[in-house]
Ligand binder design. Structure first.
Ligand SMILES: [Zn+2]
Length: 397
């Protein structure tokens, strides 16, 4: 295993572990969960800005739902099946789409409600073969940042454009600038006639272009229910990871009987777009960890600031500063050990803490602190340090 493998980094930085009692499922430690929460919050802020409303469907759904969605026929070996009553089969959800379809069907939207955008950080279970499991890259339990847009056919291209225009700043915040996009077209075995595929592929291409992307064509790569755009990120090691996607779906709104009332009173079938930016949060976190080799941007760092009081006499000053930082939701620890400052600074670096604040008698008396970041060292006025740190750890999204 490479030292920059996320499993090694997870161990070294005390982020998470796996054990045989729960194959393909993660035990998140406090530091790992701190990063995970930042990913969740970034996704929530993003969908809110983009006009989605957050929903949550059930974790266990009966077989009838999976018959409708096609999963029972096509995906059953990957599902955790259980009996919720004797002789009544149900399954842990492998995707969140059916829950959203049922919610929209109950909402009975009119044309005025469209585009209707729903999002969920959905816990998904997939019964992957144990040989296929691979750290955070491939799990049996993970969270998908799922979102669905229900819209009229005339709105598809502008919804795709809106999604495409939003992705560069989003991935940029995690340090990914090199983005490539593929348009995966009709596969051999598919639903729908050629005319509707022509239209659907053209709508995705047009939307991508209007959103500032230039997709490569990948004929045959689409899902059986519709074409998709696949967003790939290139990492520092030159590896490419498919993370984001937006897919057009002809199939599920019909299977779930989803309709909207149009301006002339007629009932129409909305188009459905499935979209995600991370795909799996766990997998994305692993990609980010490996991309940065554990040295995460400050906003993602589990411990953003470490305070080192030089002697016992500066403990009070250290605690006061830590308290002020915590009030601003900055993740801070104090290392009060009797070790030398040099050793404690080296230890903070080993933990990849981006900001170290040293307080000695000179600092207390002079009303400043000694701030050490990844670039060097500076004296900052005590009255300014909180605002300064708040500025540099603020999420860019
Ligand atoms: Zn979906």
């Amino acid at each position: 295993m490479q030292p920059d493998d996320h499993r090694n980094l997870g161990n070294k930085l005390d982020l998470f572990h796996f054990q045989e009692d729960a194959p393909g499922m993660v035990f998140w430690h406090p530091r790992g969960l701190a990063i995970y929460r930042e990913l969740e919050e970034a996704a929530r802020r993003h969908v809110r800005r983009e006009g989605y409303r957050e929903v949550r469907g059930p974790q266990v759904l009966r077989r009838a739902i999976w018959d409708k969605s096609g999963h029972w026929d096509h995906f059953r070996e990957n599902m955790f099946i259980l009996e919720d009553e004797p002789a009544r089969l149900a399954a842990l959800k492998p995707v969140s789409c059916p829950g959203h379809l049922e919610i929209v069907a109950r909402m009975a939207p009119s044309f005025r409600d469209l585009p209707l955008r729903l999002a969920e950080l959905g816990v998904c279970h997939r019964n992957e073969q144990s040989g296929a499991l691979s750290g955070l890259f491939r799990l049996r339990q993970f969270v998908q940042d799922d979102g669905h847009v229900f819209c009229s056919e005339a709105q598809v291209a502008s919804e795709v454009a809106r999604f495409c225009a939003s992705i560069r700043p989003f991935y940029g915040a995690f340090g990914f600038e090199d983005i490539h996009v593929a348009l995966a077209g009709r596969p051999e075995s598919r639903l729908g006639d050629d005319a509707s595929w022509d239209r659907a592929e053209a709508q995705l291409a047009q939307g991508a272009k209007a959103g500032g992307l230039d997709p490569e064509l990948a004929p045959g790569g689409g899902a059986f229910y519709g074409p998709k755009l696949e967003i790939g990120l290139r990492d520092r090691s030159g590896r490419s990871w498919q993370c984001g996607t937006i897919q057009l779906d002809f199939f599920l709104p019909e299977r779930f009987g989803v309709e909207y009332v149009d301006s002339d009173g007629s009932h129409k079938r909305p188009a459905m777009l499935h979209r995600a930016l991370y795909g799996s949060l766990e997998r994305f976190l692993a990609i980010v960890l490996e991309h940065h080799r554990g040295r995460l941007p400050p906003w993602l760092s589990p411990e953003q600031v470490r305070i080192l009081p030089l002697h016992d006499s500066e403990q009070g000053a250290a605690r006061l500063l830590a308290h002020e930082l915590e009030e601003r939701r900055i993740r801070v620890e104090i290392d009060p050990s009797g070790e030398s400052i040099k050793k404690r600074v080296a230890l903070a670096h080993a933990w990849e803490v981006p900001f170290v604040v040293v307080i000695g008698p000179k600092e207390v008396e002079g009303g400043f602190v000694d701030l050490r970041d990844r670039d060097g060292r500076s004296a900052v006025a005590r009255g300014e340090i909180v605002a300064r740190l708040e500025e540099v750890v603020r999420p860019p999204l």
